[in-house]
Design a protein around this ligand. Structure first.
Ligand code: ATR
Length: 279
């Protein structure tokens, strides 16, 4: 057996993943003896790949696209945030041998906003764009910030309505939460707009009204690139005080996974700066 603890990220594609780089920096920084690899996941063999990784002594797995939902299904137990997302990005074995699943995407987003940029969403109006896996992953964490309004708009309205239904157990009678098509935005304005659609992959913007952002508001693109994304550019052009991409969220969700596995929170500021120069 190796003298170090073994971790990995599994996804498809996986070559581009920055997780090995991030976790290796965290390990060096904290003096933890671990190795962190990449596994190219295969649709038909995902369950077997995960099971084998842990059977061979693996200490923890990060899961990325397109396997987050499957990872949640595979686990024996999960956190509330993984349950709400119906998806997991962090797995580890319990002492009983059972597999535990958590989801650190939402807290990663919140910590990036709060710790790295001093942004508190409490009492703010939030618009979440998209209703796929990425949106589901941050839904509960955003709701926990107690926004004054929380709207979810998606090209396919029914999926946004479904997301709102998932929050039903946690809602109060007074809250202002709505889900629907992008058309519901009409003349609405929000303090903070978060892009969880995959439009950026095609270099596009979701079709939202030009006046959707309150001047001096916050625009957050969960995607990132080596230059400002289309959504970040839109924010700058529409008077945002903050127009941020998702690189900070990537580092923060990794730090949360590291904390869950190793019981120590790594420092993220320098890692984020370093990563920015790599992408
Ligand atoms: P992910 O796991 O990255 O969230 P996904 O589950 O396929 O990927 O979800 C992609 C999201 O981007 C969806 O909300 C999708 O809208 P639909 O539900 O209508 O498909 C959204 N999306 C993709 N292309 C879009 C476009 N051109 N305009 C607006 N929304 C788009």
């Amino acid at each position: 057996m190796p003298t170090y603890d073994q971790y990995a990220v599994i996804g498809n594609p996986i070559d581009h993943s920055q997780s090995p780089r991030i976790h290796t920096i965290f390990a060096n920084q904290t003096g933890h003896n671990l190795k962190y690899g990449r596994i190219l996941g295969e649709d038909k063999h995902f369950f077997q790949q995960v099971t084998e990784f842990f059977a061979n002594g693996g200490s923890g797995l990060n899961v990325t696209l397109p396997f987050k939902e499957l990872a949640w299904q595979l686990a024996d137990q999960c956190s509330l945030r993984a349950k709400t997302a119906q998806a997991a990005n962090t797995l580890w074995p319990l002492s009983t041998g059972q597999l535990f699943a958590d989801n650190t995407d939402g807290i990663g987003l919140i910590r990036d906003l709060h710790e790295n940029h001093g942004i508190n969403l409490q009492g703010k109006s939030i618009l979440l764009l998209g209703a796929g896996g990425a949106a589901r992953g941050v839904l509960y964490a955003l709701w926990q910030q107690q926004p004054s309004r929380f709207w979810i708009a998606n090209r396919t309205a029914t999926k946004a309505v479904e997301l709102v239904k998932q929050l039903a157990p946690y809602r109060t009678s007074q809250d202002d939460i709505q889900g629907g098509s992008l058309e519901i935005l009409d003349t609405e304005q929000f303090d903070c707009i978060i892009n969880a659609t995959s439009t950026g992959l095609k270099g596009k913007m979701p079709q939202i009204p030009e006046s959707c952002l309150i001047p001096g508001g916050i625009v957050y693109d969960m995607a990132y690139a080596n230059e400002p994304t289309v959504f970040v550019r839109w924010g700058h052009e529409h008077g945002a005080a903050y127009a941020l991409d998702g690189l900070g969220m990537l580092v923060e969700q990794a730090a949360e996974s590291f904390l869950l596995w190793r019981r120590i929170r790594p420092e993220t500021t320098k890692v984020l700066e370093l990563l920015r120069s790599f992408i």
